[in-house]
Ligand binder design. Sequence first.
Ligand code: ADP
Ligand code: ADP
Length: 235
Amino acid sequence: AALVELTEVSKHYGNIRALDGVSLRVNAGEITCVLGDNGAGKSTLIKIIAGLHQHDGGDFEIEGEPTRLTSPRAALERGVATVYQDLAVVPLMPVWRNFFLGSEPVTGRGPFARLDVAAMRRTTRDALLRMGIDLRDVDQPIGTLSGGERQCVAIARAIHFGAKVLVLDEPTAALGVKQSGVVLKYVAAARDQGIGVVLITHNPHHAYLVADRFILLKRGTMAGRYEKSEIDLDE
Ligand code: ADP
Ligand code: ADP
């Protein structure tokens, strides 16, 4: 089964039809891209997958099981993590501390606390290395990293804490050409670790560079659905 499958999903806000008959599949080790202009329904789609809103028509399945997520925590428990544009990082805190922010080990006290810190530093370094960042100094404040590298820390963190599906909300929107390239490289690194990625963007060029499949939303409806192989430039 696909990691995530939406079939003919709809969502209304009062009598505003934000999504109408939208279908999307996310497989392990693949990148699915959601394209669309402002108002197309991208945020609404993310909110359904992330457990912030519920669909009111159609089917939503995770690994073949009908699903209705009622909170972001419920989404995480099903292996679905969302990385938003405005990353929740504490700029002056070390990279490793941000990596473990909100997770169990940091709040732990006692005789092993010192040992844990060393382990957390190593874990952070290793997780970043798997994404292709060789960050020797994980003690540096996360604010000293580039925007692209901070996104990467967030992605590596989600994977470390068990994400099978990553929903990335406009990860390149605020970035220039070089940092956008950096982020797309990390998105590909997540895919190569077997993660199913949903990449939300309004930039078709970025989508074309990394995505395996695309859906195009227009005013809440499916305006297109393509596989990369259908638009292969080499053919
Ligand atoms: P996008 O993320 O592609 O810009 P949205 O999902 O935010 O699109 O919005 C889709 C449509 O739903 C738009 O017409 C928007 O105004 C409307 N909409 C989104 N959220 C709400 C809400 N909470 N209440 C009412 N209308 C909403
Ligand atoms: P984005 O471009 O990131 O999708 P939007 O401006 O479309 O941002 O929406 C920002 C937030 O406001 C979203 O959470 C969306 O659901 C909500 N929203 C959008 N349109 C409306 C609306 N007409 N009424 C109420 N909330 C809305």
